[in-house]
Design a binder for this molecule. Structure first.
Ligand SMILES: [Zn+2]
Length: 378
């Protein structure tokens, strides 16, 4: 039923519309006109999230009723891509799509959009009844899941569904960690490093002492931590009085997430206490301001949930083995699950995402389309 050539054409067309985060407007308009011209949705909603996300457009919620009874479900993909994404031109070699090398391809997540549209096209072509379904195309996924965070979950009819946004084939992500963002402002005391260094307190030294005492990387099977950005200092002959350090902790366990975040905070406070706290006259003492906030909540689906039962049943109809995995990334699915909407992530075949070597095989997109088609019709 799936028309691979049409899927390929749509995928290429979508990839070649520039749409980095916050500049998804042209992709949204393209999807809107295609859906209105061909697919007779029951409703097409563009929400008012643009004012919160800073995007050119809102999230799109597109409702279809295919004539089959049953509770509505939803599928999600994101409209934006990571950079570099300016002037994407798709190269095709046999069954495989690449970029020309100076940009990403954008299969993350245009493959998800192309697959969902192809499935509805195929269902309409053959007049095949299907479940009530909402397609939810979000903005600004790649810059902090902003579209999903700004979405009103009451706009979604289904109580469970699927994100199409993962590498691999016949692979379903059933769990992902929560994450805390960390931002630390360290204030020292500036002084000339040649004339009066004894009057200075280096913010860089405080940061270094703190970081060198941290356990980072993979902390245990459920938990990771990273310091990703350090910025500060103004000149080689000035004792630096300010440094900003940014990082994150992720864990599948809320307790470990909090414990490791507090552990990192304590390293900064200990480092602060290890330096002289009384600078020369007229200077404020050094200080550390530690801020952490939640990037996204964790989720873990059980195999008895309808979400996984339905995808497993569709795989059986297709005589396919699918793999349930727990992943380390955060995506829109974390936010949907946080809304109480059970959401699994289905792989689309996208490979080497977020690099200019990104590629995808048409065969894998078609295979995923068949799985979605079967979920909607069985
Ligand atoms: Zn993605």
């Amino acid at each position: 039923m799936i028309n691979s050539d049409r899927l390929a054409d749509l995928f290429v067309a979508l990839c070649e519309i520039d749409g980095p985060s916050r500049h998804e407007g042209r992709v949204a308009r393209f999807v809107e006109s295609l859906i209105f011209e061909e697919l007779s949705p029951v409703e097409f909603i563009e929400d008012d999230s643009a004012s919160k996300t800073g995007s050119e457009c809102g999230n799109l919620i597109i409702r279809f009723d295919g004539g089959l009874a049953g509770s509505p479900i939803f599928f999600n993909a994101h409209l934006d891509t990571v950079e570099p994404a300016s002037g994407v031109r798709v190269q095709r070699k046999g069954d495989t799509f690449f970029s020309r090398g100076r940009t990403v391809l954008g299969a993350d997540d245009r493959s998800g959009i192309a697959i969902l549209v192809e499935v509805i096209r195929a269902l309409r072509d053959h007049n095949i009844p299907f479940r009530p379904v909402d397609l939810i195309f979000t903005t600004c996924e790649e810059v902090g899941l902003l579209g999903a965070k700004a979405l009103d979950p009451d706009l979604i009819r289904g109580r469970f569904g699927y994100s199409l946004d993962s590498t691999g084939v016949d692979r379903v992500v059933v769990g992902a960690p929560s994450a805390n963002n960390i931002r630390v402002e360290i204030s020292g005391v500036s002084a000339h490093s040649g004339l009066n260094p004894e009057e200075g307190i280096s913010a860089i030294v405080i940061a270094s002492k703190a970081i060198s005492n941290m356990v980072l990387g993979r902390i245990d099977e459920e938990t990771t931590a990273n310091i990703g950005i350090i910025s500060g200092g103004t000149a080689t002959n000035i004792v630096p009085d300010h440094v900003t350090v940014q990082g994150e902790v992720r864990s599948h366990s809320e307790e470990k997430l909090e414990a490791n975040t507090r552990e990192i905070e304590s390293k900064f406070l200990n480092a602060l206490n290890s330096v002289t706290l009384s600078p020369g006259k007229g200077h404020l003492p050094p200080k550390v301001i530690f801020c952490s906030d939640r990037q996204f909540p964790a989720f873990r689906l059980s195999e008895s949930e309808e979400t996984l039962v339905l995808v497993q049943r569709a795989a059986s109809v297709l005589s396919r083995d699918i793999e349930f995995v727990v992943a380390g990334g955060g995506s829109d699915a974390n936010i949907f699950n946080g809304y109480g909407l059970s959401t699994a992530i289905i792989s689309t075949g996208m490979t080497k995402v977020h690099t200019t070597d990104e590629f995808i095989h048409l065969h894998d997109m078609a295979r995923t389309s068949e799985l979605i088609f079967t979920i909607l019709t069985s």
